[in-house]
Write a protein that binds this ligand. Structure first.
Ligand code: NAD
Length: 309
C-alpha cells in the first residue's frame, strides 16, 4: 500500500516556514498541512510554497488546513508561540507559550491524531514536557528538538576550527536547550581522533563552547530571530522518523531513569525511528561533565516543579 507521509506544521512563523521550505527542498514528505491562529498567514504561505512546486524535486500536496486535518498525520510539528526577545531568557517565555499550547493540543487530540509530536517552541524542553502532560501520549511519541541545533552549531564551529567537515565531527551538546547546556568533550571526536588529544588549546575549546551557548542571542541581536538552523534540524528529525532510520540525534527526550533522572525532558542522544524515541543512549561522562549535566537537569526539574505548582 502507498504510504502517504503526512506532516502538519502548527505555527507558520519563521521557524515553521523554514521547516516547511526545507521539507519541500528535501522532498521529505508527501503531504504538508499548515495551521496558524492567523489563518490568512497560513493560506498565503501555502500559496507561496505551491508556486515553487514547478521548480522543486517534490510532488508535494501543500495546503493550509484545520485541526481536523491532523487525524491521519504522521508528525505534528509545533512551532507556534512567541519569539525570544533580546535579553529575554527562554524560561521567561514559558507562561505565554503554555497558554498557546493549551489552545493547540486539545483540538489535535480531538481530531483522533495518533502520530508523533515534534516540538520546537521554546523553552523547548519544558514545552515538550507540557505537550506530553496535556496529550497523555506515550513518552516515545513526544519529542523536542532539544540540543540538536546546539549540537549542529558545535559541529560547525569545531569543524571550522580544525578545518574538517562538520559531517566528520562527532560531538554532542546535552542537557537544557539554553544557558545550562553542556558539551561532552571527553566523547568528542574528529573522525577517529579524540578532540581533546588533537587540540590542547583549552581556551579555544572554551570559546567554542561559549559561542555555541550564546549563538541564539548573537543571531537575535543581529536579525531578531533564528530560523534556518532550526528548520533544518526539524527536517533532520522528521526524516529520521518517516524513513525509520534509527539515527542518533540529540533531541529532547523524556528521561525515565536514564542518567538517574525521571520525569523531565532534556537533550540526550536518542535513537529515532518510525516509533519516535526508540531508546536513549547512555554516556560514560567524565566526572566534571556529569556534574554539569546533573546541574542542567536539576534546573529543568525545578522549572517543571514551578509550573506544576
Ligand atoms: P514567529 O512569531 O515568527 O511565529 C510564531 C507563529 O505562531 C505565528 O505565525 C503565530 O501566529 C503563531 N501562533 C501564535 N499563537 C498561536 C496559536 N495559539 N495557535 C496557532 N498558531 C499560533 O516565531 P518563530 O520565530 O517562528 O519562533 C517560534 C518558536 O520557535 C519560538 O518559541 C522560538 O523561541 C522557537 N525557536 C526554537 C528553536 C529551537 O532550537 N528549539 C530555535 C529558534 C526558535
Amino acid at each position: 500500500m502507498y504510504d502517504n507521509k503526512k506532516v502538519v506544521i502548527i505555527g507558520t512563523g519563521f521557524v515553521g516556514m523554514s521547516c516547511a521550505y526545507s521539507l519541500l527542498n528535501q522532498n521529505a514528505c508527501d503531504e504538508l498541512v499548515l495551521i496558524d491562529i492567523n489563518s490568512e498567514k497560513a493560506r498565503g504561505e501555502a500559496m507561496d510554497l505551491n508556486h515553487s512546486l514547478a521548480f522543486s524535486p517534490a510532488e508535494m500536496k501543500i495546503y493550509s488546513g484545520k485541526y481536523s486535518d491532523c487525524r491521519d498525520a504522521d508528525i505534528i510539528v509545533i512551532a507556534a508561540g512567541v519569539n525570544q526577545k533580546e535579553g529575554e531568557t527562554r524560561i521567561d517565555l514559558l507562561k505565554r507559550n503554555k497558554n498557546v499550547f493549551q489552545s493547540i493540543i486539545q483540538p489535535v487530540i480531538d481530531s483522533g491524531f495518533e502520530g508523533i509530536f515534534l516540538i520546537a517552541t521554546n523553552p523547548v524542553d519544558i514545552m515538550s514536557y507540557i505537550t506530553k502532560d496535556l496529550s497523555g501520549f506515550d513518552k516515545s511519541k513526544v519529542i523536542g528538538t532539544g540540543t540538536s541545533l546546539d549540537t549542529a552549531r558545535l559541529r560547525y564551529l569545531l569543524g571550522h576550527f580544525l578545518d574538517i567537515s562538520p559531517k566528520n565531527i562527532h560531538a554532542y551538546v546535552l542537557g537544557e536547550h539554553g544557558d545550562s547546556e553542556m558539551i561532552t568533550w571527553s566523547q568528542a571526536t574528529a573522525g577517529t581522533k579524540p578532540i581533546l588529544s588533537i587540540c590542547k588549546d583549552s581556551l579555544a575549546l572554551e570559546k567554542i563552547a561559549n559561542d555555541v551557548k550564546y549563538a541564539a542571542n548573537e543571531i537575535i541581536k543581529a536579525k531578531n530571530a533564528t530560523y534556518y538552523g532550526i528548520g533544518m534540524a526539524l527536517v533532520r528529525i522528521i526524516k529520521a522518523i518517516l524513513n525509520n532510520e534509527n539515527s542518533i540525534i540529540t533531541v529532547s527526550a523524556y528521561l525515565d531513569g536514564e542518567f538517574g533522572f525521571r520525569g523531565i525532558y532534556a537533550g540526550v542522544p536518542s535513537v529515532i525511528n518510525r516509533d519516535g524515541v526508540r531508546e536513549i543512549v547512555e554516556i560514560k561522562f567524565a566526572d566534571n561533565e556529569f556534574c554539569k549535566f546533573t546541574e542542567s537537569c536539576n534546573f529543568l526539574k525545578s522549572t517543571i516543579d514551578k509550573i506544576k505548582n
